[in-house]
Design a protein around this ligand. Structure first.
Ligand code: HPA
Ligand code: ZN
Length: 339
């Protein structure tokens, strides 16, 4: 049996999803029209329609090729209603796939450089979170991600701003992370930011080992003191036994994204996803959608793609989803409900 029905009904938690990456082409075009944003159709015919854009998403060369579309796409997000619509659409879709708890990323620097205030984004997301909690019972947390292709000084400024405006103290923001291009920007570059976040007493994660080497995962753990690694797939496909053992013994959560890895050519196909090695090593991990509007599926499609390739049994999935709950950053009370 395919277990797809079981997987659809299985209560899930998601830890690696960029809200801007849930912008479906149809909403992208609708908001572009509403806000008078010109898409670069004269230089890139993929922007002719939602259909041609979605087709283009099937052929990303690598992370940076994807990111160029991701940043253009999110440029249609201008006012509070846009950000609220974006987040509520994701919470609705995730709830329909039985996601009960989601810890989601957003990229404030990608909006502030276009003149969109942090407070605008926060107000919009809070409203979507409250509405989704009321409508679907889903619990959600926001992880502010800083961009690695911008200077450390700008990451520090945005972090300070979020701290000074009270978004960590009042619980609006649950953690800090980093994303965007990886290979030219190793973890050691960001030590000052992660030291400040640790000093401030908040949760810390970073994208590492997606395109970057296993060394970047080790550096993130040792030098930055992160508690979680987003992706980290290359620690398994190319890492040594010591790194794998370290991830297992420290119970570091890896937030893995199989369909994303295939679309961005981080792995050749789902069959190269290191699922067996992860399970055999006893690593704590979760399965996630990353940028579902760009990578051909939400969380359930990621679960099903793994199931079709690896033919797991119900016990395997219970182990995976239990580890995911234990690695979540919600309250112990909420974890107990999710287990
Ligand atoms: N990697 C790095 N940066 C990102 C990603 C990703 O998968 N998605 C959105 N920003
Ligand atoms: Zn990501």
């Amino acid at each position: 049996t395919s277990l797809h029905t079981f997987l659809a009904a299985l209560p899930k938690v998601e830890h690696h999803m960029h809200l801007e990456g849930s912008l479906e082409p149809e909403l992208l075009f609708k908001l572009a029209a509403k806000n008078g944003i010109t898409l670069p159709v004269s230089t890139d015919p993929a922007f002719a329609s939602a259909e041609s854009l979605r087709k283009r998403y099937e052929n990303f060369q690598n992370l940076d090729d994807f990111l160029s579309y991701y940043y253009i796409g999110m440029s249609v997000l201008i006012d509070e209603t846009d950000f609220e619509a974006l987040a509520y659409a994701y919470f609705t879709k995730a709830s329909s796939q039985n996601v009960r708890h989601a810890e989601v990323f957003f990229d404030p620097q990608a909006h502030s450089r276009r003149g969109v205030e942090l407070s605008t984004i926060i107000k919009a997301f809070r409203r979507a979170q409250e509405k989704a909690a009321h409508d679907f019972g889903i619990t959600t947390q926001l992880i502010m991600c800083l961009l690695r292709h911008l200077p450390l000084s700008e990451a520090m400024e945005t972090f300070s701003q979020a701290r000074n405006e009270g978004y960590y103290d009042d619980g609006t923001l649950a953690a800090v992370g980093m994303d965007s291009s990886e290979s030219p920007f190793p973890p050691f570059m960001w030590k000052e930011l992660y030291d400040a976040a640790k000093e401030f007493g908040i949760r810390r994660t970073i994208h590492a080992g997606e395109e970057g080497p296993p060394l970047y995962v080790a550096q993130a753990l040792e030098l930055l003191g992160v508690e979680r690694i987003d992706h980290g797939v290359r620690a398994l496909t190319e890492g040594d036994d010591a790194l794998v053992a370290r991830l297992a013994s420290s119970k570091t959560l890896l937030t893995l994204c199989p369909l994303s890895n295939v679309r961005l050519n981080c792995i050749n196909s789902i069959s190269s996803f290191p699922l067996r090695r992860l399970m055999d090593a006893g690593i704590r991990f979760s399965i996630n959608s990353d940028d579902p509007a760009y990578f051909g599926g939400y969380i359930l499609e990621n679960y099903c793609a793994l199931q079709d390739e690896f033919n797991l049994d119900i016990g395997d999935w219970e182990t995976i989803t239990r580890g995911a709950v234990l690695g979540s950053w919600c309250s112990e009370e909420r974890k107990a409900q999710l287990l």
